[in-house]
Write a protein that binds this ligand. Structure first.
Ligand SMILES: [Zn+2]
Length: 286
């Protein structure tokens, strides 16, 4: 399976923390194995043909531009106490080794961008040293959305102390910058506000030498939402706003050369959006 893409000067690598087949309703309450399998275009790459379960992936997109090494989202992390989220509870994985062998040793990472501050997007921001959480990437600046940070610092933490162990220690170490959701990171990268899943959620746009790509973050969780953008994701904080954002994203990138890099889609994790008689589909590159 292709795990790297070249977008002009930007080399993109998908580094997977975990991947599996999920009952569709866990992520999208309106989805069932039966109605998911009716989307023939999705069966195979994004949906398991035998079970109708979704191929779900937890991964980081690593971006290399010259000497810059930027991680977009940091998965669930190790040793995190997550009683409200069994998938991520006291996880032990060799993700850091895989990150290093993919070209991203922790000390070489120059920036970390979190599309939002949910449990599966901030985990590797920190690692446990003794009984202290310290930033995993000592030479990186961590970019957290200010709207997002203001929301989660007062919101009850239903999965575990995500904010306390994966966000706050970075701030206390002086490594964090609170940013606007439309920040231009450099000539080739910028953020696009895509609120709804969470209040300060943003996607990441890449544009270089006529090539374009967009990293979704969690504005979409399953391929079936491309032709049903009104179907909410279970963890959407504001389902109505998330649906509006999802639909406008789909319309913006429909029948366009921009490659959609999807943060939770397993299999190829990417494709181009095309209009169908009813709704849209995501077509992986050949
Ligand atoms: Zn997520």
């Amino acid at each position: 399976m292709l795990n790297t893409w070249q977008v002009g000067e930007v080399h993109v690598t998908k580094i997977v923390e975990s991947e599996g087949l999920w009952d569709p309703a866990r992520l999208v309450p309106n989805a069932t194995p039966e109605n998911v399998r009716e989307r023939e275009w999705a069966v195979g790459p994004f949906v398991d043909a035998d079970t109708g379960n979704l191929r779900v992936s937890i991964h980081t997109f690593g971006l290399e531009i010259g000497d810059e090494k930027i991680l977009v989202d940091t998965c669930g992390g190790n040793d995190k106490v997550r009683p409200g989220s069994p998938n991520f509870h006291l996880q032990q994985s060799d993700f850091l080794e895989r990150l290093a062998s993919s070209g991203f040793p922790p000390e070489e990472v120059t920036a970390v961008v979190c599309t939002h501050l949910h449990v599966d997007h901030v985990g590797w921001n920190t690692i446990l040293e003794g009984d202290e959480w310290r930033p995993t990437f000592p030479n990186a600046r961590y970019l957290f959305g200010e709207t997002e940070w203001k929301h989660w610092k007062v919101e009850p933490q239903i999965y575990g102390d995500v904010f306390g162990d994966s966000v706050q220690p970075v701030i206390e170490a002086g490594k964090a910058e609170l940013i606007a959701s439309d920040l231009q990171l450099n000539d080739l990268l910028w953020l696009e506000p895509t609120p709804g899943h969470t209040p300060g959620h943003h996607s990441v746009r890449i544009s270089s030498d006529g090539d374009d790509a967009v990293i979704t973050g969690d504005l979409i969780h399953s391929a079936v939402q491309f032709d049903h953008p009104e179907w909410a994701s279970a963890p959407d904080v504001d389902p109505a706003q998330a649906a509006t954002t999802r639909r406008s994203f789909i319309e913006r990138y429909c029948d366009d050369h921009t490659l959609v890099l999807a943060t939770h889609l397993g299999g190829p994790s990417c494709g181009h959006i095309h209009k169908q008689d009813v709704g849209w589909r995501l077509e992986p590159p050949k």
